[in-house]
Design a binder for this molecule. Sequence first.
Ligand SMILES: Cc1cc2nc3c(=O)[nH]c(=O)nc-3n(C[C@H](O)[C@H](O)[C@H](O)COP(=O)(O)OP(=O)(O)OC[C@H]3O[C@@H](n4cnc5c(N)ncnc54)[C@H](O)[C@@H]3O)c2cc1C
Length: 428
Amino acid sequence: MLPDPASGYIDNYYTRTLDADTHYPALASHEVADVCVIGGGLAGLNTALGLINRGKSVVLVEAQRIGFGASGRNGGFVAKGYAASHDTLKARLGLDHARKLVDLTKDGRALIQKRIADYNIDCGPLKYGVLIVSTKDREAQVLASVKSANDDFDLDLKYLSTEQVRSHCKTEFYYQGYLSPHDFQFHPLRYVHGLARVIAEKGGKVCENSPAVRVDQDGARWKVVTPQGSVRAKDVVYCCSQYAHGLNKKIQGGSFPVQTYVMVTEPIPAEILDSALPTSHPIYDTRWSCDYYRRLPDNRILWGGRVGLWAQPHNIAETMMNDLLKVYPQLRGYAKASLAWSGLMCYAPHQMPQIGQIAPGYWYNMGFGGHGLVPTTVGGEMIAGAIAENDQRIKLFEPFKVKYAGGPLGQYAAQMIYWLWRARDYTG
Ligand SMILES: Cc1cc2nc3c(=O)[nH]c(=O)nc-3n(C[C@H](O)[C@H](O)[C@H](O)COP(=O)(O)OP(=O)(O)OC[C@H]3O[C@@H](n4cnc5c(N)ncnc54)[C@H](O)[C@@H]3O)c2cc1C
């Protein structure tokens, strides 16, 4: 999937509805700053803004356009938690540690809301409440998991019976579910552009079309080299997800890329759409490889789902439309695909973000998987706090630091892990 030469982005719904597309010039000078951030997705932007708000000077270099990767082409669900489930965290770390990690995402979600308001970022309409639905009839299990999530993590989830779920989604595909009332949806690429604008207004330097090609030790500093310039900085933060190619094999080898796909329909007449999806809540189901979708303000459906490690469906739009029609057969003949695209998620085997340091002053902030809009905010705050204020909360992520999982067998190991996760969709 090649970027459009004019915009520099792959064509998607968000690029088509981005009102103001500000371009930032490439780095063409030799700069000195407190910190150089590599990667202009939400991990990089949140790190840069967190640092600037703590008084640090920052240069951010992005290989293509800001939000070129997953951050500018995702589902737009802004939800607490991580790709790893609360239960997994509790089983692995104990309740106290798991609760601290989950609480960070509640703070992260609130910080996003505050930034949207304080910096006047036009990325709405913000619609509150995300609906999570089960594709299997298992009342007792859903009730128990809502209760334990509320008891352990104070999440305020609202259980919904099958009848209640089906009043939001007119399909027999779903049974019980729950509503997470404080999560919301937004326009991710507009948010990305809002953050970049604020960084620039506050004196940060944002550079597009500036791939970091090398990071060298330079005395007590690091030197980040781009094709036309360089940045010398005491600290450097690697936020490249799986879009970097060979910049740091050790960091990249600790995770693997997983593709996922999104399709957007043409506008559907309101009364027809109401017969399937009368709700404004975004929806996802409880499988690992889930369908996630929402009604857009102009009566289209944004439908995301499926995952792939190497291969990509021959025709993404048709494949996704078939998935939509399996759930909502009443839309056959009315829902027509308008455009479709894919994006890369970055997963470590534990499904948790990797936030830490690989050498003194060389940090990484990545591995957010399919659940990154809030966790990238958390990661940005952890790294910025650690660099600027010696904030120790970053230690909460120590169990998930980068471990080399590469080597010739790395991709095969990734394939095994991936099959295991998918198998859970059919047996769980
Ligand atoms: C289709 C899709 C749907 C999703 N839906 C949701 C959702 O609804 N809710 C949710 O919470 N999460 C969702 N996610 C996940 C979420 O989008 C990601 O976890 C998050 O955006 C990751 O941000 P990032 O900054 O780590 O990576 P990215 O956004 O991928 O950014 C990495 C950036 O680094 C740049 N880069 C790479 N190498 C270099 C280099 N050498 N020099 C300079 N720059 C470099 C890239 O060009 C890229 O812009 C989805 C992901 C996808 C793909």
